[in-house]
Ligand binder design. Structure first.
Ligand SMILES: C[C@H](c1ccccc1)n1cc(-c2ncnc(N)c2C#N)cn1
Length: 278
């Protein structure tokens, strides 16, 4: 097994012809990884992602090979997946205005080339969900907006059209399921790759609180930053310490760790309609 890539909270290993996608218990806020792990976070998000993979196969094939055939040290928080030729775009779908999309809208009135109505504010619900891809900037910087034409220029109109249509459909499934449980999925980031046969295949993780903005629906209030379903306790506590949002982040007190773990369990149980094994 060979380590091939590190994300902020996840790793990729090569294992024969396959890859292992390993989720840690680390949490990051304001793009800074916190020193204190959240017990079971990696397992909860991996299990949620697998739950979604299994329910999206009518829309798109995925890279999942196995959620159990993984090294014992990663048991429960890793998947064995098929190696793909990754599409060089993050396929982001937005139903609400937040984060980099809000910043771009304020600058240009559009997001990734999609014109939006005037007068939208932070947290505004968009007239309809929009496909707003970004290119991955190699030096670890912030990703750059890409227009649909940029995607066509890179992968051709057939694949670009599939990326947009599948992304919008997957987001729609997430929104529908979560709304019934009082959770707004404001946006989500999807990654796709191509098989040797050129088949567009869903990769990475799907509709987790790390790849998406989950907001408690009853607290939604356009015009201010929304509360994150999962990370709000961490954000509020960190703000209360006067932390400047630059590394290193402060250690989390046990109470905040356990409250945050409970939020991940709550999101998992609500979305999957099941009880989390401890
Ligand atoms: C950005 C993302 C990443 C995920 C997890 C941790 C760090 C990075 N990533 C995914 C691949 C990738 N490459 C080939 N085949 C695949 N099936 C996948 C997947 N998923 C490469 N990078």
């Amino acid at each position: 097994m060979q380590h091939v890539y590190s994300g902020k909270v996840r790793e990729i290993y090569a294992d024969g012809a396959d890859l292992l996608l390993v989720a840690s218990d680390r949490v990051s806020v304001y793009d800074v990884v916190l020193p204190t792990p959240i017990p079971d976070k990696g397992a909860l998000l991996t299990t949620l992602s697998v739950w979604w993979f299994d329910r999206l196969t009518d829309l798109v094939p995925n890279h999942l090979i196995s959620a159990t055939d993984v090294p014992a040290e990663f048991a429960g928080r890793a998947i064995r997946c098929r190696r793909l030729a990754m599409v060089p775009f993050e396929c982001i779908v937005r139903g609400y205005l937040a984060g980099s999309g809000l910043a771009e809208y304020r600058r240009t009135g559009a997001v990734s080339g999609v014109e939006l109505p005037d007068g939208l504010v932070e947290g505004s619900r968009l007239p309809e969900p929009i496909f707003t891809p970004t290119t991955k900037v190699s030096d670890g910087g912030h990703d750059e907006p890409a227009t649909f034409t940029d995607v066509i220029d890179a992968v051709g109109v057939e694949v670009a059209t599939q990326l947009r249509e599948r992304s919008l459909e997957i987001y729609g499934r997430g929104v529908e399921r979560a709304a019934a449980k009082g959770i707004i999925v404001a946006d989500t980031k999807l990654e796709f790759g191509l098989t040797e046969e050129g088949v567009v295949t869903l990769a990475d993780e799907v509709l987790t609180p790390d790849s998406s903005r989950f907001w408690p629906a009853e607290e939604w209030q356009p015009g201010r930053p929304q509360h994150a379903f999962d990370k709000q306790f961490v954000r509020d506590w960190a703000a209360s310490t006067g932390w400047n949002k630059q590394p290193p982040a402060p250690e989390l007190p046990d109470e905040i760790v356990m409250l945050t773990r409970a939020r991940y369990i709550d999101a998992y149980e609500k979305i999957t309609d099941s009880v989390w094994r401890s």
